[in-house]
Design a protein around this ligand. Sequence first.
Ligand code: HEM
Length: 232
Amino acid sequence: MSSLFCSSIGKKLLMGLSGVFLMLFLLIHLTLNSFLLIPDGGEMFNAGAHFMATNPMIKIIEPVLAIGFLIHIIWGILLTVQNSKARGNDRYASGKKTAGVTWASQNMLVLGSTIFAFLILHLAHFWVKMKFVGDPLLEPVTMNIGGLETEVENAYALVNATFSYLWIVIVYAVAGVGLALHLSHGFWSSFQTIGFSNQLWRKRLTVIGNIYAWVVGLGFALIAVFQYLFFQ
Ligand code: HEM
């Protein structure tokens, strides 16, 4: 079993599976974050964040998510090194562009590293404060959830204050575009690796992948920009 995941095919398979899992996470994360666009003083966002923080299923999924990210990052680096060694001097041999080879597909490691750098900053801004060190802005507020007066952390106040800084919004906008490019190749590539592709589906997955990639990437970017422009 371990030799399967260390072989070239096995490494690609793990990249594909972890990629699909992370793409699912991004969709859920974006859905919750889209509540930040509702002009209700953060009520919906706080209720959603509270649900995520207290739901036992999410508690189980969190370590799986961390492992998913680690596998994706480590195996991604291993595969890129292995591929560039295998190509050796032939890399630029023809000098011609090959059909279907996009800039994103040739720069997945650079794009992935940019997203990783963003993720460190992002987790320090929100996750570390909400899970470990706290922040005065998170002071609980009382709200009515399902007819019950419930105390919830004011995650909205923290997010809103963070997006009052222009440099942070610019970082999110750049990361959003990087994420869109990474996903525009990663989407169909993941499905192809796990065997879900043929001539017909390759075309469909490219179209669906591009739509998914830009909705998710620009979605995150626009939430940060809108918070800065319209919610301060
Ligand atoms: C507008 C953009 C974004 C906002 C407002 C946002 C907000 C948040 C918040 C508030 C948390 C803490 C949740 C908690 O600990 O309960 C969090 C966690 C996290 N975010 Fe984001 N996020 C954004 C974009 C992204 C992007 C682009 C990625 C990935 C590339 C990402 C990946 C994560 C991860 C892995 C966690 C930790 C796991 C979790 O607690 O859900 N986020 N985010």
